[in-house]
Design a protein around this ligand. Structure first.
Ligand code: F6R
Length: 229
């Protein structure tokens, strides 16, 4: 994946990226940093839009996705700070306005060229939990119990995990020109099977990616375990 991005950036340096947080993209970000340090990749003219952000955190909260991206990628590559975008972690009452602003920013940037996604154990993409409409746009969402449980470690217990977030919608994600999905480890095997072999359904948001003209999945042996059965 990192090599595909390297080649794309070499041909078109002002690429607009869609980026996830989480465990899945960490090796990918480390590889981007390595390529950058070896002068093989530059993000100096690129723009990035993250998929999602928790609501109700103070700006600069170390548990925010903004802080995570800063530590894992932004501080270590040459992507200009004013072209790294995440939804602001506003109070829920301001979420509708923030969502509109984010959609407009994406549109003004010309749309996302290359979108990277992870998959939640419940099939979510971004924070589009099961049942999210296929046509949904950036908006406030309530997080599911499984998603809250998966974030508990970062927040020092489930009770501290924000219940709400802003996420790009499924419709927003599907407008990206190219979509790349990564899923690693046996905990993702069941959802990978449902997403790739079942009928596309809003109950498994990742299954809706099947309708996209340029989508590719990168799986490891464990996450692909149930596909050959
Ligand atoms: C994070 C995001 C989520 C994650 C998903 C998988 O920005 O959008 O959809 O990609 O929850 O998380 P990990 O990679 O931690 O298993």
């Amino acid at each position: 994946m990192a090599d595909e991005l390297r080649v794309r950036l070499a041909g078109y340096p002002s690429l607009v990226l869609g980026l996830p947080t989480g465990n899945t993209p960490v090796p990918f970000y480390q590889e981007l940093i390595r390529l950058h340090r070896a002068s093989l990749l530059s993000l100096a003219q690129a723009t990035s839009f993250n998929l999602d952000e928790y609501l109700g955190l103070a700006p600069g909260d170390p548990r925010s996705f903004r802080a995570w991206m800063q530590a894992q990628l932004f501080s270590q590559v040459d992507l200009p700070a004013n072209r790294t975008h995440l939804p602001d972690p506003v109070e829920p009452a301001a979420a509708a306005e923030e969502s509109r602003r984010y959609e407009l920013l994406i549109r003004e940037a010309g749309g996302v060229d290359w979108m990277l996604l992870g998959i939640g154990r419940n099939g979510h993409i971004g924070f589009n939990e099961p049942g999210s409409p296929r046509t949904s746009r950036t908006r406030l969402v309530e997080l599911e119990a499984k998603t809250i449980a998966d974030a508990a470690k970062t927040f020092g217990g489930e009770q501290h995990v924000p219940r709400r977030a802003i996420t790009m919608g499924i419709g927003t994600i599907l407008e990206a020109r190219a979509i790349r999905v990564m899923a690693f480890g046996s905990a993702k095997a069941e959802i990978v099977q449902r997403a790739l072999t079942g009928e596309p359904t809003e109950l498994v948001p990742a299954s809706l990616l099947a309708g996209h003209a340029d989508v590719r999945f990168l799986l490891d042996t464990e996450s692909a375990r149930l596909l050959s059965q």
